[in-house]
Write a protein that binds this ligand. Structure first.
Ligand SMILES: Nc1nc2c(c(=O)[nH]1)N[C@H]1C(S)=C(S)[C@@H](COP(=O)(O)O)O[C@H]1N2
Ligand SMILES: [Mo]
Length: 191
């Protein structure tokens, strides 16, 4: 929060900058959120936006740390806890990682422990309002303890994986884990 220290090498952002770029058009009749890959049953799960909205919700407060330097502070997100997804769509015991998939093929890989973390959230709301489209409407993954690239906006699916695989930025020089408190920005820092 405002009184929290910033992770090493971060600077305070003015407001909440949104990355410039095309934003997807939300078509409720075609939109779904899916869980696929190594599920316990072998089956695939799918929710409409109304179904996602009807799931039990939680609120978290967090700062957001972009790996390029800016930290924007004091965000309140509301949505579905990732552990609720893990309960509704249980992973097979061999699952070690997940891939979070967004519109346009953006992806981010996470260790299962990071996805399962208490504060990891599939957010629908920010500061009491539905997310704006620039910031990920209708659904956005928020992983408070990792850099921003680990939280896809316009989230569409979670894939359960039995081995690690790099996501969009992780394939382009960003750190595979991305812990801001350890300043894990670049892939060359990996052991
Ligand atoms: N789909 C998608 N999600 C994304 C990105 C992106 O380019 N596309 N950028 C990531 C990065 S690098 C950051 S820092 C945050 C920025 O989110 P914000 O604009 O809401 O602060 O979104 C993350 N999620
Ligand atoms: Mo970022």
């Amino acid at each position: 929060m405002g009184t929290e220290p910033l992770p090493p090498g971060q600077r305070l952002a003015k407001g909440w900058p949104a990355h410039y770029g095309p934003v997807p058009k939300f078509r409720p009749d075609r939109w779904n959120f899916q869980v696929f890959g190594a599920t316990a049953t072998g089956g695939k799960y799918s929710w409409t936006f109304d179904e996602v909205s009807a799931l039990p919700g939680v609120t978290i407060e967090t700062d957001l740390h972009c790996a390029s330097g800016p930290t924007s502070t004091d965000h309140e997100f509301f949505g579905v806890a990732a552990h609720t997804v893990l309960e509704l769509a249980p992973p097979a015991p061999q699952v070690t990682h997940v891939m979070a998939w967004a519109e346009y093929g953006y992806s981010a890989n996470l260790r299962l422990c990071d996805f399962a973390s208490d504060r990891t959230l599939l957010a629908t709301h920010h500061n009491g309002e539905p997310l704006t489209v620039e910031h990920g409407f209708p659904l956005r993954l928020v992983v408070p303890h990792l850099y921003g690239y680990k939280g896809p906006k316009w989230l569409r699916a979670v894939e359960y994986m039995t081995a690690d695989r790099r996501g969009f930025w992780e394939e382009r020089g960003y750190h595979n884990i991305g812990d801001p408190w350890k300043e894990q920005r670049h892939s060359y820092q990996e052991e």
